[in-house]
Design a protein. Structure first.
Lengths: 160, 657
């Protein structure tokens, strides 16, 4: 079963540990600019959210790639970029509806989340447990539980 | 190079509009590490005593350290170092957030600023692009407006901005530098130094990476560090509380030991604080959303909002413990909405909440004793309690602009305001060496008394405070210190051995402020100790010599001595190692520590033994300075007759295992 990354928006504090862990794992340096996920934040309102590749079923990045550089890793289920085939045309970056792909300046090519071959570092290091690694078919169930919890919490607050 | 450093430093001469980029010298890295260490080296070399704090020749240094911007938690801070316009002495202040790591990602370990711009400017750095841009449209704007406008101008919502508000522009002596909107390099008035240079802000972006020396070593330490910040760690209970409430969980704990400054430090106990201004009511009333600094394993940041009443809608990150104390118990007020409002105003105008609240409370206590009258206060009756908070809020709106004579007097800080007012009002200016006392009190926590007295930047809790005796971490004391010292060290009312303890903390925090980690995790809770710094410095920089405790201790001592020598060259001597009489002569009037005073001398003697200072003059010893590698400093102090050739005092007792 393929697992994907799920974010709990209320837990993310915007500390950027996920970004730095990501670049450390992939590039052996600390550099958010080389991370495969990005924290987007509105600091004035203390709002942050990690933009993550959701490993689409019908992946526009794969569809649009003129050199077939994007392929599915059968083991992890992640869409990966073949560095040799990638010509750096940036079509995938433009077409991704989430903005989850970045351009890697040094390698002159696209980079995206590869789920760290099944052991996502962002999940491992997030101190707030804001990112979880969940089996695809459980994602909906998990969301339902979170919504139900909120619903019940609201009901408790309504005076009888 | 793979040594944790960005590798270069930037010097900006505002007078000449000139930028110089040079490799960060190997000597600076090895001998001074970064942060306050490198800052001390540069201040000593470049700022002679004739240079006044607000003159163009003064330097202001933004400094990172080798640990900044890595994954090792919590590594988001940066230090700002200069000579203080509030105290006249050595100045450093640090802030969390995201500015420090961004400096390194842009490629700079340090930004040294000197000179004075002809017109208001801001400094824009985007990796290798460096430019001074006009800040005419920003002058007169507050921190939030300035930050927003710079992001708009540069069309970059992710640019990291450190800016001053109107307080810095108008040279309010305790104005601060604000980064990421809400993070303050708060103490010692560094906002005024930027203001005096016509530098409104620094906006920085970087996309370069940091490489380190030893990946395997680092990964091992990293795993251990994250474990220590998890439920498996020794101090999870405190981290969890910090994470839920923020630093104001301290309000309850300080009040419980009678150490919560109340009514301008008159006492240390605020009745019913737990129910009125404590962590539970604060969380319930004002919590809005969680926030964080870069790379933090503790996560104590959050934003607060006022939900009802005349300040409804006021929203800001914080308040921190120090601000809670400053704007509630300090004025005998339980009005937490006024507190959130006060915090918001200090943040947007860019003022140190500690110094401004205690400068205002100086006026309140002076008024109570008839030393100030309505004529001095623009017709205000300065009264304690919730009803007096309207005037506090009004003054916070006036001080940044020096709107009236009274506001301008308060903008000078409590020491100077009392000096100008005279009539004995000095008794209510609760400062040490010009810096207003923070949310601590030495009477219930004796070692803190010494901390205030010997700190290079005045009455400050971040340079050598020991939380071990304060909050009773006996197990940690057992792990660190000799068996026979444990009970004495753990007793917060016992002055014995505390001079040695404070010296040990001062050295530990010198490493912390130079490698650049947050004090939370080092000072409190006491997660990291010397050996942890030795290992992480070695793994990141490759300076393996610091795994040897002797070399590490030498490094820490070098930094402590050099900062002190900077002050000695300015005229600091034994008489400066003193406390306000409130702490030494007025027994604590109420609360759990009732009757306590600080007996400074025994602690000071021990501290002098460790540092080998001359008991009569407070000057350093030639041999000791040479031993830690400060030969040139010794030479210059000798020329200035501020050096003692031989130490004749007692030998220090080693408390460490």
């Amino acid at each position: 079963m393929t697992k994907i990354l799920v974010v709990d928006i209320e837990k993310c504090s915007g500390c950027r540990i996920c970004e730095v862990a990501c670049s450390w794992f992939h590039e052996e340096e600390f550099n958010p600019a080389k991370a495969r996920l990005s924290i987007v934040s509105w600091k004035k309102a203390a709002i942050s959210y990690p933009m993550i590749c959701e490993q689409c079923e019908k992946a526009p990045c794969k569809e649009v790639c003129p050199t077939d550089a994007i392929y599915k890793d059968e083991e992890s289920g992640a869409w990966k970029v073949d560095e040799v085939k990638c010509i750096g045309c940036k079509f995938c970056i433009q077409v991704c509806p989430l903005g989850a792909i970045s351009f890697f300046e040094e390698k002159r090519g696209a980079i995206k989340c590869d789920l760290c071959d099944g052991d996502p570092q962002c999940v491992k290091f997030c101190p707030m447990d804001a990112i979880e690694f969940v089996e695809e078919d459980k994602v909906g169930l998990k969301k339902k539980r979170i919504s139900a919890e909120k619903l019940f919490a609201t009901m408790q607050e309504i005076p009888k | 190079m793979a040594d944790g450093y960005a590798g270069k430093y930037l010097r900006v001469d505002l007078t000449k509009e000139k930028f110089t980029i040079l490799p960060t010298p190997e000597e600076w890295k090895r001998k001074y590490l970064g942060g306050v260490g490198m800052g001390a080296k540069i201040m000593w070399d470049e700022v002679p005593p004739e240079v006044k704090p607000l003159s163009p020749q003064n330097r202001i240094i933004f400094a990172t350290g080798p640990v900044n911007g890595t994954l090792f938690p919590p590594s988001g801070r940066y230090e700002v170092i200069s000579r203080s316009p509030l105290t006249g002495w050595w100045a450093h202040a640090s802030a969390g957030g995201f500015f420090g790591p961004e400096m390194k990602y842009a490629g700079y370990d340090l930004i040294i600023i000197q000179g004075k711009a002809k017109k208001p400017v801001y400094l824009h750095i985007d990796n290798d692009l460096i430019e001074l841009k006009s800040a005419r449209h920003l002058w007169g704007k507050n921190v939030i407006e300035t930050t927003d406008r710079i992001m708009e101008d540069l069309k970059d919502p992710d640019v990291k901005v450190a800016a001053i508000g109107q307080a810095g522009e108008n040279l309010v002596r305790y104005s601060c530098i604000m980064s990421d909107y809400f993070r303050a390099a708060g103490r010692t008035g560094l906002g005024a130094v930027l203001g005096s240079k016509n530098l409104k802000a620094i906006a920085i972006r970087g996309t370069k990476g940091i490489k380190i020396a030893n990946k395997e070593k680092f990964n091992k330490l990293l795993e251990d560090a994250f474990r220590r910040h998890s439920p498996e760690g020794r101090y999870w209970e405190y981290i969890e509380s910090f994470r839920k409430y923020g630093t104001f969980s301290l309000t309850d704990w300080e009040n419980a030991i009678g150490r919560l400054p109340t009514k301008n430090h008159w006492t240390g106990y605020f009745e019913n604080a737990e129910e009125t201004i404590g962590m539970e009511p604060m969380r319930k009333r004002h919590y809005k959303r969680h926030a964080s600094c870069f790379g933090c394993g503790i996560q104590c940041k959050y934003s607060s909002v006022v939900k009802e009443g005349k300040y409804a809608g006021t929203e800001s990150e914080g308040p921190e413990y120090e601000t809670v104390e400053g704007f509630t118990s300090n004025f005998l007020s339980t009005d937490t909405s006024a507190l959130i409002r006060a915090n918001y105003l200090c943040n947007i105008y860019g003022m140190d909440t500690i110094s401004v609240s205690h400068s205002i409370s100086w006026a309140y206590e002076s008024y109570e004793h008839g030393l100030l009258t309505k004529e001095d206060t623009d017709g205000r009756e300065l009264i304690w309690g919730e009803d007096g908070m309207d005037d506090v809020i009004e003054l916070l709106e006036e001080i940044p602009f020096r709107k009236t004579k009274f506001a301008s007097l308060l903008a000078e800080g409590s020491r100077e305001a009392a000096r100008r007012t005279g009539k004995g009002s000095e008794a209510y200016a609760i400062h040490v060496n010009g810096l207003e006392a923070s949310g601590q009190d030495g009477r219930p926590h004796k070692s803190l008394g010494l901390t205030y007295a010997i700190n290079v930047r005045g009455a400050d809790h971040l340079t050598s405070l020991s939380s071990l005796d304060e909050l009773g971490y006996k197990e940690e004391i057992k792990r660190r210190y000799k068996k026979e010292t444990v009970n004495i060290l753990a007793d917060r009312w016992d002055e014995k051995l505390k001079g040695y303890l404070v010296a040990d903390m001062e050295e530990l925090y010198a490493l912390c402020d130079s490698a650049l980690l947050c004090k939370y995790g080092v000072m409190w809770p006491p997660i990291y100790y010397h050996q942890d710094f030795g290992k992480i410095i070695s793994a990141i920089t490759g300076f393996t010599e610091y795994e040897d405790p002797k070399n590490l201790s030498k490094l820490a001592k070098r930094i402590c001595h050099l900062r002190r020598c900077f002050n000695v060259r300015l005229g600091w001597s034994k008489k400066n190692d003193a406390l306000h009489p409130r702490f030494t002569e007025e027994p604590m009037p109420t609360g759990p520590a009732k009757g306590q005073v600080v007996h400074l001398e025994p602690m000071l003697r021990e501290y002098y033994q460790v540092r080998k200072y001359d008991w009569k003059t407070g000057y350093p010893t030639k041999k000791e300075l040479e031993e830690v590698g400060l030969e040139d400093v010794a030479k210059e102090l000798k020329k200035r007759k501020k050096l003692v050739p031989v130490y004749r005092g007692k030998k220090a007792f080693q408390i460490r295992k």
